[in-house]
Design a protein around this ligand. Structure first.
Ligand SMILES: O=C[C@H](O)[C@H](O)[C@H](O)COP(=O)(O)O
Length: 332
């Protein structure tokens, strides 16, 4: 039997991970053509058909099983190794998201009042949390969802929920972000959930952001729009006011976010959970100037409800890197 030491970050989770999740995480790293009936409880095992195996790690009749939290046991017959383990994995973006989500879940203590973020990374965090709860490694937590989607997902995953009115001070919030700058300011809301996120995360003593390394930027607004939630009434007037505010900013534009409505056969305004619209602020080279001043100026426009710049709110950012390492950035 060969024991392939895996860095412990792969299985931070205090539980034995669910087969589907192991498969999703490992496949991109080792190119394993997992074929399987993946219904097994722990210990779970996967077999790869010898002929179709493209992994340098596996020989004929290779049998791959996961029996522990922090190590992978690779059993071969005959017991020898064909080639050394892959030295530095190049993780896909999805695997990086899972990695930081696992790390964040490992930080949650029993009896935490927890803000539950929205988006693909936050959803992975919720899954991890649910695993810990169902394994009994974590208990007595209660979550405040930051969107209708997260509310629905948390219910599916049996995560107990509460609301801001009942818990106006939260211990911790965990959420993804679209961009993170060097001061840990964020852009959020490209998925449309910025208002509830800002309320819940602003009410948290600690706000931990989980991102893959593509989210780190030198300046906010460089990889995409900065969303602004506006009331539908007079939305085109509000856009005019936003354009006035950024007049002279080279390459600036402000556009209503729309989605395709198959029923209507046309683009219609995207609606937030609060039945509002989103205006995307587009900057050619990112937003420049004092973010606090800019934030106040945007919020002073009457039709604006909130924007997706989160200034000084994150207490730490967990960054998952392509090479499988985790970096923690703390607020100064
Ligand atoms: O509206 C969406 C939220 O602000 C998300 O947290 C953000 O868009 C990051 O999402 P993801 O983890 O899917 O990149």
């Amino acid at each position: 039997m060969l024991i392939l030491e895996c860095s412990s970050y792969i299985f931070y989770s205090a539980t034995i991970p669910k087969p589907q999740r192991i498969k999703r995480f490992l496949a991109p790293i080792y190119s394993l053509p997992f074929s399987t009936s993946l219904s097994s409880p722990s210990p779970c095992s996967f077999t790869t058909p010898a002929a179709s195996s493209s992994s340098p790690l596996l020989s004929s009749h290779s049998h791959f099983s996961i029996t522990m939290r922090t190590s992978i046991h690779l059993q071969t017959s005959p017991p020898h190794l064909l080639s050394p383990p892959v030295a530095s994995p190049s993780l896909t973006q999805d695997s990086q998201k899972l990695l930081c989500a696992q790390h964040a879940a490992s930080l949650v203590k029993p009896s935490t009042i927890l803000g539950l973020g929205t988006g693909s990374t936050a959803s992975l965090f919720l899954e991890q949390l649910s695993d810990l709860l169902s394994a009994g490694s974590l208990h007595s937590i209660v979550g405040v969802p930051t969107s209708l989607k997260t509310d629905a997902l948390a219910k599916t995953l049996n995560i107990p929920l509460t609301d801001l009115g009942s818990h106006p001070v939260l211990d911790l919030s965990v959420d993804g972000a679209d961009e993170v700058d060097q001061e840990l300011n964020l852009v959020k809301g490209r998925g449309g959930s910025l208002l509830r996120e800002k309320m819940v995360e602003g009410a948290s003593r600690e706000f931990v952001v989980i991102v893959d390394e593509t989210k780190l930027v030198p300046r906010l607004g460089t990889t995409g729009p900065i969303p602004v939630e506006v009331i539908p009434f007079g939305w085109d007037y509000t856009i005019m006011k936003l354009k006035e505010l950024f007049k002279g900013e080279i390459g600036f534009d402000a556009k209503l976010r729309t989605v395709w409505d198959a029923k209507e056969g046309k683009e219609v305004p995207f609606k937030t959970d609060n039945e509002n619209y989103i205006v995307n602020l587009l900057f050619e080279k990112g937003i420049s100037g004092d973010l606090r001043i800019i934030s106040d100026e945007i919020l002073r426009i009457t039709g604006v409800i909130e924007h997706g710049i989160f200034i000084g709110m994150a207490t730490s950012v967990i960054v998952a890197k392509k090479d499988g390492k985790i970096e923690i950035l703390n607020k100064k």
